[in-house]
Design a protein around this ligand. Structure first.
Ligand SMILES: Cc1cc2nc3c(=O)[nH]c(=O)nc-3n(C[C@H](O)[C@H](O)[C@H](O)COP(=O)(O)OP(=O)(O)OC[C@H]3O[C@@H](n4cnc5c(N)ncnc54)[C@H](O)[C@@H]3O)c2cc1C
Length: 374
């Protein structure tokens, strides 16, 4: 029996980072938690499956990066991190380019050797444009980095990713294009970066140590039964599903992963290679061993295909356009009246969160819960 008089103080729906951090913190503060997970494994989308010593990122490549020392120290309490630095490479029609756009990329594109030459080249391409009306992604990107970078490295990848012409996409998708005039291939500007040694599942397992978890359980199949067991619910699933899609479905972009084992030691020499031309159906190839500097005599690769989302498919990227955000705001209003349920995480908040952000958000939710309990 828990403090609240119920069997559990908190029923936590979902064992992704949001649910797992809440479970850990609430347990450490004396509350009894039960975690329900509809998949057959814990960890949500950052789950890694150990296949013969290689930790396979099952739901896309996950690189932990943050500027927050507090969050970095927090995750390092539960897992040791390696020194992995994300340096993806782009393949456009067989030519290779470093990402993010930096002096290496500009040398590969134009053979320019100094920052001034690169800036002049980009400025020259931008100054020839007469369309300064930056309402869509294409205009915005060309006006920021010029025609060559856009055509070879942005257009095809982005159109595949979102399944739409770049002229029909909002500028918000690429918000600020990372352009660097130094020879620096590190994708992130953050102070801290790495991969948990042994994979993300090890991190999640450590977070959930000593906490009761039930896998293969979809909360919605027995919602009342689970609610009766706990005083409060922390819900990290889809907010529209929670409300029986009363106001309609929120839309997502989906992904399909095709994973194979290859009898070669090193297939592509990098963890991630992006395929930026439109005609290649996948957007990237992930070679998982490179996240942890693996030396196995074989390798495992995954081709990641962007996919139209239909209800029932895995939901990956929320489509935060005007139509969907209007619906989400109404669900959010409804959520405010659900006194026993706390909503959090990428699906319940219909928001793209990086891992460090979702951990910060979970910690904040727990602080709110604790302060409401005193
Ligand atoms: C392709 C891709 C790549 C990414 N790469 C990075 C990266 O490199 N770096 C980074 O910082 N972030 C990355 N992210 C973001 C990262 O995945 C998220 O920040 C993180 O997964 C969010 O955790 P969460 O707990 O909110 O959601 P999730 O991880 O989705 O967890 C939610 C859990 O709830 C469960 N659930 C849902 N409904 C129910 C139900 N009805 N009953 C029971 N269980 C339920 C789900 O099965 C799931 O396990 C990436 C995301 C994607 C899609």
């Amino acid at each position: 029996m828990a403090e609240s008089g119920f069997e559990y103080d908190f029923i936590i729906i979902g064992s992704g980072l949001f649910g797992s951090v809440c479970a850990r913190e609430l347990t450490d503060n004396g509350f009894k938690c039960l975690v329900l997970e509809k998949r057959n494994h814990i960890g949500g989308n950052c789950y890694t499956e150990n296949i013969e010593g290689i930790n396979v990122h099952k739901y896309g490549p996950h690189i932990f990066h943050t500027n927050s020392k507090r969050i970095w120290d927090y995750v390092n309490k539960y897992a040791a991190f390696n020194r992995f630095t994300y340096m993806p490479v782009a393949n456009f029609k067989g030519d290779l380019f470093n990402l993010p756009f930096n002096m290496n990329t500009f040398y590969q594109l134009w053979k320019v050797k100094t920052p001034q030459e690169a800036q002049d080249k980009i400025q020259h391409q931008i100054s020839k444009l007469d369309n300064k009306n930056l309402k869509n992604l294409e205009d915005y990107a060309i006006n920021s980095v010029g025609h060559d970078v856009y055509e070879k490295l942005i257009k095809g990848y982005t159109e595949k990713q979102w399944g739409r012409d770049a002229r029909d996409l909002p500028t918000s998708i690429i918000k600020r294009l990372p352009v660097r005039f130094t020879f620096d291939n590190n994708y992130f500007n953050d102070a801290y970066q790495g991969i948990p040694i042994g994979g993300y599942t090890k991190l999640i397992k450590a977070l959930l140590t000593g906490i009761e978890i039930r896998r293969n359980v979809d909360y919605f199949l027995n919602k009342n039964q689970w609610n009766a067991l706990g005083n409060k619910t922390i819900f990290t699933g889809k907010i529209d599903e929670y409300f029986d899609f009363k106001l309609g479905h929120l839309e997502y972009r989906s992904l399909l992963f095709e994973t194979v084992r290859l009898e070669v030691k090193n297939f592509q020499g990098n963890a991630v290679i992006n395929y930026t031309e439109k005609d290649v159906p996948y957007n990237r190839i992930i070679e998982h061993k490179h996240f942890e500097f693996g030396q196995q005599p074989f390798t495992i690769i995954t081709k990641e295909y962007p996919k139209e989302w239909k209800s029932g498919n895995d939901a990956y990227y929320p489509i935060n356009d005007v139509k969907n955000m209007r619906i989400y705001k109404k669900y959010k209003e409804m959520a405010k009246h659900e006194n026993r349920t706390i909503f959090g995480g990428r699906l319940a908040e219909y928001k793209y969160y990086n891992m460090d952000q979702v951990i910060a958000s979970a910690l904040k939710s727990v602080t709110n819960i604790l302060s409401a309990n005193v």
